[in-house]
Design a protein around this ligand. Structure first.
Ligand SMILES: Nc1ncnc2c1ncn2[C@@H]1O[C@H](COP(=O)(O)OP(=O)(O)O)[C@@H](O)[C@H]1O
Ligand SMILES: [Mg+2]
Length: 159
């Protein structure tokens, strides 16, 4: 499916980025895959913390630096995958399909993943440290992606 309307916004704090993650979490369902692209320090893990909080996981999301996959349990299960240490990997090698049969997935460094397209792709860019600004560009790649994106758009318009 074509990305109908790429949606770009500026987050002006880690708290706002976390809140955007929580907004996605509200609409998140088993089988959904969210891909996060962006340099180190751009905010991918902060956003993932917001998703984990949003599903009601009481474990704080940290970068799973030594494990590839970290599981959070709340309203639904979330599989958090960080590909930082890999240059490329096939979804099949990760067993990603199996995870997605009973969990939602979020993948940091998603541009290194091949073989499976995320529903929602979010590109993070560093803007400034004072103030703490990051650009988030959302592209939905499926109907599910549209639903997740709508949840973000609602949160932003309610601010
Ligand atoms: N608007 C913002 N959104 C997210 N993080 C921000 C923002 N402004 C500053 N930061 C800081 O940038 C860092 C982002 O780290 P992290 O989420 O681990 O990055 P990544 O996972 O993309 O490497 C954190 O230290 C966070 O406090
Ligand atoms: Mg990270």
């Amino acid at each position: 499916m074509q990305n109908k309307k790429p949606f770009s916004l500026v987050s002006d704090s880690p708290q706002m980025t976390r809140r955007l993650g929580a907004a996605v979490a509200e609409a998140l369902a088993v089988g959904d895959l969210i891909g996060l692209e962006g340099d180190l320090g751009a905010g991918k893990t902060v956003f993932t913390q917001g998703i984990a909080e949003g599903i009601g996981s009481n474990e704080p999301a940290t970068s799973p630096s030594f494990v590839l996959i970290h599981i959070y349990t709340g309203r639904i299960t979330l599989a958090h995958i960080d590909l930082y240490r890999l240059s490329s990997i096939q979804a099949e090698e990760l067993g990603l399909d199996d995870y997605l049969t009973d969990a939602a997935g979020v993948v940091e460094w998603v541009e290194r993943l091949s073989g499976l397209e995320p529903d929602l792709w979010i590109k993070f860019s560093f803007l400034s440290s004072e103030p703490e600004r990051r650009r988030l560009e959302f592209s939905s790649l499926s109907e599910r992606g549209e639903t997740l994106l709508a949840a973000v758009a609602r949160t932003v318009s309610n601010d």
